[in-house]
Ligand binder design. Structure first.
Ligand SMILES: [Zn+2]
Length: 217
């Protein structure tokens, strides 16, 4: 009987080693090509059943001042600029980086606009509470009007929170949390204003606002 070469254990071993090396090479190549975040990496909740991958909406953003949080979608990248995302098919909100957020809302450019605003406005955000244009509302709460937006800071117990109202838009946007100082709440409102501005601009396509606005402080 002629031995079948395919069953030579040494050849089989060599083939297995070659296959293993090819797999390692392919993995290394794809690691270099793909990002850690976003759906392509398949990390974290991107591969979790029961977590919607689309249909998310950004309800707030926040500049943490430094990378201080892990993106709650890919659970892979450390983020400084946070996009808070909600979905009617998911309980609670996810704090996400710009790439994951863009994919979740299927609007990469929109997420990038918010991220850019946060990055370029860091200095403005810092001095926002000191602006001369802060006045007092009828209820004696600190308030500031800018274009179609009115920001009002108010106290609940020992905590501060703020709300952004947009003329012609029913739904007010609240800061993502309460804060122990008025200044922190004002800075959080500055972040929330980025989302309010983006929403108003999207809205304007269907319901134009009376005046144009570009938030320059
Ligand atoms: Zn992410």
């Amino acid at each position: 009987m002629v031995p079948d070469e395919e069953y030579n254990p040494l050849i089989e071993l060599a083939k297995a080693l070659a296959r293993r090396q090819a797999r390692i090479d392919a993995e290394e190549e794809s690691n270099g090509r793909d990002r850690m975040d976003g759906p392509a990496g398949g990390r974290g909740k991107w591969s979790e059943a029961g977590v919607p991958k689309k249909g998310w909406e950004c309800i707030n953003v926040e500049d943490l001042g430094e990378p201080a949080k892990r993106c709650e979608m890919c659970e892979a990248v450390e983020i400084r600029y946070v996009h808070y995302m909600v979905n009617t098919r998911y309980d609670g909100q996810l704090a996400c980086g710009v790439v994951c957020a863009g994919h979740m809302e299927e609007d990469l450019a929109g997420a990038e606009v918010r991220d850019k605003s946060m990055r370029s406005d860091a200095a403005k955000r810092k001095r926002f509470p000191t602006l001369k244009s802060w006045g007092l509302s009828q209820k004696q709460n600190p308030t500031l009007k800018k274009g179609p937006f009115t920001i009002t800071v108010f106290q609940r117990g020992k905590y501060w929170r703020a709300v952004v109202n947009t003329r012609g838009v029913d739904k007010p946007l609240y800061t993502r949390d309460v804060f122990s100082t008025k200044e922190e709440a004002q800075r959080a409102a500055f972040d929330t204003l980025i989302v309010a501005e983006q929403r108003a601009k999207k809205n304007r396509r269907t319901a134009p606002l009376a005046d144009d606005f570009d938030l320059e402080f």
